[in-house]
Design a protein around this ligand. Structure first.
Ligand code: 13P
Ligand code: SF4
Length: 367
């Protein structure tokens, strides 16, 4: 069911869950987990709140959570603590008998909403007129199932922040050019790392339906969809300059959803798992400024009292949609798993799922 359809049915959390104490909510999660055992699987993305992540059976970045979903054959109920596109991915990669639930249907991703199917079809037609049959579409997993399906149907694949380099290299073995949706920053940062000149990258503007570029159109190798993450765009060059001035010994590590200028001035860039590992492997006493979502940064700070760690942007907030999954929503979701309401069930349309699965499987085969 779509987010809109769920909201239209007014499937909002009953008041009673909001009134329960934290202890009572936690006790209820433990009860359901004990009762269902391996019939229940709770994956949790690194950006989830601590109150939720404590109950996750596995935590990970988008790639790991997609791999775990594909591997899990025994769970009947998968309660996905993350955002909508992640739960859709889990539904596509699991069997018909397995049911995937998102504890709050409002947990979307603003970046995924920046590319819809109609816009993509229009873009594809126009780009075909300019470049002919020379383009392979790649989509960041932070996209709707419909976009993954479009990409799969056109020979392309999904990518995550941890395999983007591999997947862009693979794409160039298939076609001369790529269309990278919907995050221009991950696309640009990855292509740049692989030695592609910024002048050979163009931007597709889905609002004006035009290709934005300078110079010779025939030299364009990468077409970047004009989308972005509203959380990671809040890290700025000024933040980097301030940290370099105030903490000269600090290393700066950021997520590749940050804009190019910020990644360029940082010391390291990578997925959420990459960031976690880098800090884990760092020597005690080292100093770090992290450019990613705040729930994760706070957890890393808490887990590493032997290191000095701050957020690259001192005024950063958590990802608001990731934060919609809280303990009351988790309990509500668990309480309704076995009734017939299929409340908060994520079910991707079979036709869409077929081609979306192709795109996901091409990625998993290359990861
Ligand atoms: P990771 O795959 O690096 O965990 O990133 C997911 C995401 O949504 C980042 O904003
Ligand atoms: Fe989407 Fe950005 Fe939130 Fe990740 S951090 S889920 S890309 S809005």
């Amino acid at each position: 069911m779509s987010i809109l359809a769920a909201l239209q049915k007014n499937r909002m959390i009953p008041e009673i869950y909001k009134q329960m104490s934290r202890e009572a909510l936690e006790e209820r999660v433990r009860e359901v987990k004990n009762k269902l055992g391996s019939k229940l699987f709770i994956p949790g993305h690194h950006y989830q709140k601590d109150e939720v992540i404590q109950f996750a059976d596995a935590t990970g970045d988008s790639l790991k959570l997609a791999q775990l979903s594909a591997e899990n054959k025994e769970a009947e109920f998968i309660v996905f603590c993350g955002v909508h596109f992640m739960a859709e991915t889990a539904d596509i990669l699991t069997s018909e008998q397995q049911k995937v639930f998102l504890p709050d249907m409002r947990a979307g991703c603003s970046m995924a909403d920046m590319a819809d199917l109609q816009q993509t079809e229009q873009a594809w037609e126009k780009l075909g007129e300019i470049f002919g049959d020379t383009i392979l579409p790649l989509t960041y997993v932070n996209s709707t199932a419909a976009i993954k399906s479009f990409v799969g149907a056109h020979g392309g694949a999904t990518v995550t922040s941890s395999n983007a380099h591999t997947m862009v290299k693979w794409a160039f073995t298939q076609k001369e050019r790529i269309l990278f949706l919907p995050d221009q920053h991950l696309g640009r940062n990855t292509a740049f790392d692989l030695g592609i000149d910024l002048d050979d990258m163009a931007i597709w503007n889905p609002i004006t339906n035009t290709l934005e570029y300078e110079g010779d159109v025939s030299s364009i190798k990468v077409i970047l969809w004009k989308g972005h993450c509203s959380v990671h765009e809040n890290f700025t060059v000024k933040n980097v300059i301030d940290v370099r001035y105030q903490h000269p010994k600090m290393k700066i590590i950021v997520h590749p959803e940050c804009r190019r200028e910020v990644v360029e001035l940082s010391d390291m860039a990578g997925s959420t798992s990459y960031i976690i590992k880098a800090i884990e492997n760092a020597e005690p006493g080292t100093e770090w400024a992290i450019g990613t979502e705040m729930n994760l940064v706070n957890r890393i700070i808490h887990d590493h009292p032997d290191k000095k760690i701050i957020s690259l942007n001192p005024h950063m907030c958590p990802c608001l949609t990731m934060n919609r999954i809280d303990l009351p929503h988790l309990v509500w979701s668990l309480d309704t798993l076995e009734d017939a309401s299929n409340l908060n069930l994520i079910k991707v349309d079979a036709e869409i799922a077929e081609n979306a699965k192709l795109a996901l499987e091409r990625m998993l085969a290359n990861s």
